[in-house]
Design a protein around this ligand. Structure first.
Ligand SMILES: N[C@@H](CCC(=O)N[C@@H](CS)C(=O)NCC(=O)O)C(=O)O
Length: 320
């Protein structure tokens, strides 16, 4: 018997039994340090982001940490989008666009999917190189070392299998997990996603009891992939997406870890709660039709985190 489901936020991305099934990324070309089509160059590529979006946030963080601000330009879209998708508060200074969809149609006039951020734009061929946050992160991490901070390795060779495996688990149950809970249109789909999410949060709370970061004493890309969801959690996912078994402030290790990452040089400037809250509470009409933006939460992400004393040992490669 079919499960009764409510109206979906994105009807094309919904299973008959009420699960949110995120669309695939449409553009997945690669900038390479020695690439033929898209060679890494200073000033050639431009990043379009929303400060509200966790996926875009990851690319902003890596751009900052790898010191690529002067190498890859960046434009921030307005946090409020309507049925025409992401728009620019002022016309895009680079291309004069009013809507980000113009980048998509310039690249593929037949594009019919949902217009998403982040977008990595090539100013030379005037096409989107990629709209995959995973790929853009990796490009910034590994392909621009001639221009940025080559000394910072967010994807260390010796840990790659373990990093990939934990990324996958966090994506399924946490990063996308909050969306699977929030966009579910059946009780069953919601509960499944929400319980899985907290199972992983509980496991990470335990893991972080004996390790300052997920893989030892320095953050890797997995920490930043996790961070963008943690920092939004109490402000939007707990209430708006109904992920409300516990808040992050209720987890001593996760909350300390969140503050530790937040206080790393340059990171606080990448976090904008005004954009985050207005985007989520305004643009998901089926979840919050009144568009009322809640007043909380009270978070003090600058308070001392005490994480420096947590054991610094490297976790084994197989630790997932
Ligand atoms: N899979 C994409 C996900 C990007 C994504 O879904 N971004 C959201 C914002 S958080 C978006 O642009 N949504 C457009 C919309 O809500 O219409 C990636 O890897 O970058």
């Amino acid at each position: 018997m079919p499960v009764m489901t409510a109206k979906a936020q994105f009807p094309d991305e919904q299973s008959p039994s009420g699960e949110f099934l995120r669309q695939q990324d449409a553009f997945r070309n690669w900038v390479r340090s020695d690439g033929a089509d898209y060679p890494a160059k200073a000033g050639r590529y431009h990043l379009y982001v929303s400060l509200a979006c966790p996926w875009a946030h990851r690319t902003i963080v890596v751009r900052r940490l790898k010191r690529l601000e002067d190498v890859v330009g960046m434009t921030v879209v307005d946090p409020i989008r309507d049925e025409r998708g992401w728009r620019f508060a002022q016309p895009d200074p680079l291309n004069g666009w009013a809507f980000l969809s113009e980048a998509y149609f310039a690249t593929d006039p037949a594009f019919t999917g949902r217009v998403t951020v982040p977008v990595l734009w090539d100013t030379q061929s005037k096409r989107i190189v990629s709209n995959s946050d995973d790929d853009i992160m990796r490009m910034f991490e590994t392909e621009f070392d001639a221009f940025g901070d080559a000394g910072l390795d967010l994807y260390p060779e010796s840990q790659r299998d373990a990093i990939d495996a934990l990324n996958e688990r966090l994506y399924e149950t946490v990063n996308d997990g909050v969306y699977r809970a929030g966009f579910a249109t059946s009780q069953r789909a919601y509960e499944r996603a929400a319980y899985k999410l907290f199972e992983t949060l509980d496991a990470m709370e335990e893991r972080l009891a004996t390790s300052r970061y997920l893989f030892g004493d320095t953050p890797v890309e997995t920490d930043w992939r996790f961070f963008v969801t943690l920092v939004r959690f109490d402000a939007v996912y707990y209430g708006h997406f109904k992920c409300n078994l516990r808040r992050i402030v209720d987890y001593p290790n996760l909350y300390g870890y969140l503050r530790d990452l937040y206080q790393i040089d340059g990171i606080a400037e990448t976090v904008n709660f005004d954009h985050i809250k207005r985007h989520y509470y305004y643009t998901h009409d089926d979840i919050n039709p009144t568009r009322i933006v809640p007043i909380g939460p009270m978070l003090d992400l600058n308070s001392p985190h005490g994480r420096a004393s947590v054991s610094q040992g490297q976790l084994g490669i197989s630790a997932v």
